[in-house]
Write a protein that binds this ligand. Structure first.
Ligand code: EPS
Length: 392
């Protein structure tokens, strides 16, 4: 069965649900890991007041028995503390006087396009679902995916390399991938180089004073991914196509690159393609990783490297021009409490997304009903690859 992950819930509703199908049985529940991921997502310099209200924790509603997954649908629930302040305003069950309508769509948000799609004059339902609050559900599911992946030595890390015009200019790969999270988790902007951190924070402070918002770039890497997951023959099964789609589905992501990414278009083939070597007992390896661990839609055993660009948040304290959906009058776009910059938490969401995508592709290749079946299939594959020349 395919691994499928979906979420439901509104930003100020009762909570966020993650619904996971196709997860094998026999995986031990690690609630601490899931909650740690949720906490990591809540951090980051540039967040607004909401994160002082929330303390995200996942509750397991189904799909586990006595601390182990059962292979049945899993439901994770993250309560919204802020619901207490909103339950009348956005009651899902009845019309209320406290309704907090919003009618001046924000440029860059789904407010207008979503209203045109559904015929809403009050775009509150669009705003509520398109809020980045939804990503708490993906991160909770990502925690589950991580518990599966770590059984096979796969780990996901990330860092922020740009916020506005502040760039981490450290030489490429100076900071070993293995150390990214150790450094980034200690930085308020998830930078791995000290010089970048201060500049990034100054940019955010500045944008806040100006009533503006900022985007940036983050990188996510999956370490220990075995060769052979993905597909070179089906468009849908290609690992890079899954990654592009998955990352573009994270709110505000405007570009996704794998490995060298767009730089690959400006270099000759000899400067792009990663030469092949073979070490006895270890298997094939490359001296460079410009492909970002994927060739022809299939993982090649090198780290999977993804880079994503996030646009600035569309809710501005100094709002842009808009038109009221009911009166047709010109005005300034709606403004609600919001973050100034969400690139640091987005990199944690990127980690979860990559964990979910890799777990899905991993189970497509090695899947079985139970963790032991998955392990057996994985071990056979690994043995064959490590001893390639002895076997053939
Ligand atoms: C968001 C606006 C802010 C953010 C929110 C995303 O929330 P609020 O409108 O309640 O101040 O804090 O992000 C989260 C709640 C979260 O958990 O990441 C938006 O409009 O997208």
């Amino acid at each position: 069965m395919k691994l499928e992950i979906n979420t439901a819930g509104e930003s100020h509703g009762k909570g966020i649900t993650a619904f996971i199908e196709g997860f094998p049985s026999g995986v031990e529940l690690d609630k601490d890991l899931i909650d740690r991921e949720l906490r990591r997502r809540q951090g980051g310099f540039g967040r607004g007041g909401r994160m002082e209200i929330e303390q995200d924790r996942a509750e397991v509603l189904s799909g586990f028995y006595q601390g182990k997954s059962t292979g049945t649908p899993i439901v994770l629930w993250i309560a919204n503390e802020d619901w207490e302040n909103w339950k009348e305003a956005i009651s899902p069950e009845e019309e209320t006087e406290e309704r907090r309508s919003v009618t001046l769509p924000r440029p860059g948000h789904a407010d207008l396009a979503g209203s045109l799609k559904h015929g809403y004059e009050d775009f509150r339902p669009v705003l509520e679902r398109t809020s980045a609050r939804e990503t708490a559900g993906r991160v909770a599911a990502g925690g589950l995916s991580r518990t599966l992946l770590r059984e096979f030595g796969i780990r996901i890390v990330s860092r922020v390399t740009r916020i506005g015009s502040a760039v981490d200019s450290t030489e490429k790969d100076k900071v070993p991938l293995e150390n990214w999270n150790e450094l980034a988790d200690d930085s308020p902007v998830r930078a791995t180089a000290g010089n970048a951190e201060e500049e990034m924070m100054a940019e955010i402070e500045n944008a806040k004073e100006e009533g503006d918002s900022l985007g940036g770039i983050f990188e996510v890497v999956a370490l220990g991914v075995p060769p052979g997951i993905g597909s070179y023959s089906s468009a849908e099964g290609k690992l890079d196509s899954k990654i592009a789609g998955g990352f573009m589905s994270i709110p505000a992501i405007k570009s996704v690159e794998i490995g060298l990414g767009k730089e690959a278009g400006s270099k000759p083939g000899s400067g792009v393609h990663d030469e092949i070597f073979h070490d006895e007992g270890r298997g094939f390896r490359r001296s460079t990783n410009n492909a970002g661990g994927i060739e022809g839609g299939v993982s090649n055993g090198e780290p999977l490297r993804v880079r994503a660009t996030m646009k600035p948040i569309p809710t501005l304290a100094r709002p842009l021009h808009s038109v009221d959906l009911i009166s047709g009058e010109e005005g300034k776009a709606a403004k609600e409490r919001s973050d100034v910059c969400a690139v640091p938490p987005a990199s944690i969401v990127g980690e979860a997304e990559l964990a979910n995508l890799v777990a899905g592709a991993f189970l497509d290749k090695f899947g079985g009903d139970t963790l032991n079946e998955v392990r057996e299939s994985f071990e056979n594959h690994r043995a064959r690859i490590q001893n390639w020349f002895e076997e053939v």
